[in-house]
Design a protein around this ligand. Structure first.
Ligand code: 5AD
Ligand code: FES
Length: 350
């Protein structure tokens, strides 16, 4: 069993693809030994391309108002206990100013699907950031929009777009989302983003309710075929005000194993050690880096709104100023054997 898993990991390294069935066997083979074997390879591969560099992205959570009702998400529309807020252009530019001072050269604007942010408003925000900070990249993470809308945001200067696919299995997608949300629409959004020219990120939660090993095998196959520039994966964590409040959290160890496999699959991918990983394990982000991740996304949102952007419970870094988080992270990254660099951190072409 162990030998077979090692062979599959070698095959992945050599061929950069596996059949769904082999992905499934690799996922089922997860244990301490296979994880260590995959992590060792992943670290070597990431060092060959990115050295010891860790890229940072300043995450600005622009709104927790959302028209959607994803069953797992704490800012879902039906959550009446969520104290709603949105940031305007001036608030956002303030975050960028502080972020730039601290050394961030990528700003990620993330939010719920809040109808306030029309194309016109977002275009103004993107242009303002790109005018003031010419050496910075702007990443958007604002959910599903029309292709025309994505095109306008790209033309305004946005560089990258994160839209997790959440699960590459339509039946599983239906169990995580209300009837008015569609798996096909989500997949089409990803295709549009790619076609328009964005650097695109997809991703999924690990251990989300009803997820099977087969589903994860589908996710890995999807990542293999879609070949994203970025991939955000983190453990599912229950939120008390959602229908999934009694579901158990996903495993940090399995998340790290999958981070390693994704690194081996796509050596130059931009792979964050997520805040969710840092929430299920006090050293989750370090372990993520040591499994092949090369990106961190510290919070740049104003401290006054941080606790309100609650996708899941017990989220870390909601009380700290950005400057405090950065000092903390620099130490953590150094202890893990890496260092944070001040750059846009674009994907390296190989
Ligand atoms: N636990 C972990 N991750 C979550 N997300 C949303 N809710 C949760 C949760 N309860 C993730 C989703 C979304 C991203 C912004 O956050 O994958 O795409
Ligand atoms: Fe907002 Fe899902 S609840 S995108």
């Amino acid at each position: 069993m162990l030998v077979e898993a090692y062979r599959l990991i070698d095959e992945l390294e050599n061929n950069k693809r596996l059949s769904v069935n082999k992905w499934l066997r690799l996922i089922k083979a997860f244990n301490k030994e296979t994880a260590a074997y995959a992590a060792e390879k992943a670290i070597r591969i990431r060092r060959e391309i990115y050295g010891d560099d860790v890229y940072i992205r300043g995450l600005i959570e622009i709104s927790n108002i959302c028209k959607n009702d994803c069953l797992y998400c704490g800012i879902r529309h039906s959550n009446k206990n969520c104290d709603r807020y949105r940031l305007d252009i001036n608030d956002i530019l303030e975050c960028c100013k502080e972020g730039y001072r601290l050394g961030f050269r990528t700003f990620v604007l993330q939010g719920g699907e809040d109808p306030y942010y029309t194309d016109d408003i977002l275009v103004d925000i993107i242009k303002a950031i790109k005018t003031d900070y010419k050496d910075c990249a702007v990443t958007l993470s604002l959910g599903e929009r029309s292709e025309e809308s994505y095109k306008r945001l790209f033309d305004a200067g946005a560089d990258r777009y994160l839209l997790r696919h959440e699960t590459a299995n339509e039946l599983h997608y239906k169990k995580l989302h209300p009837d008015n949300m569609s798996y096909n629409l989500r997949m089409n959004c990803l295709k549009s983003l790619r076609k328009i020219g964005f650097q695109v990120g997809c991703g999924m939660m690990i251990g989300s309710p009803y997820q099977t090993d087969e589903n994860l095998a589908n996710d890995m196959k999807f990542i293999e075929e879609f070949s994203p520039d970025m991939c955000g994966i983190g453990p599912f964590i229950p939120h008390a005000d959602t229908p999934f409040k009694d579901k158990s959290a996903g495993s940090g160890e399995l998340t790290c194993y999958l981070l390693s496999l994704i690194r081996i699959l796509k050596p130059n991918i931009l792979l964050p050690a997520t805040t969710a990983l840092g929430t299920v394990d006090a050293f989750g982000r370090e372990k993520g880096l040591l499994s092949g991740a090369n990106v961190l996304m510290p919070n740049l949102s104003p401290v006054a709104v941080r606790k309100k952007y609650s996708l899941y419970n017990n989220k870390i870094c909601t009380g700290e100023e950005a400057a405090e988080c950065l000092v903390c992270l620099k130490g953590r990254v150094k202890n893990a054997g890496f260092h944070i660099v001040e750059s846009r951190g674009d994907i390296k072409l190989i």
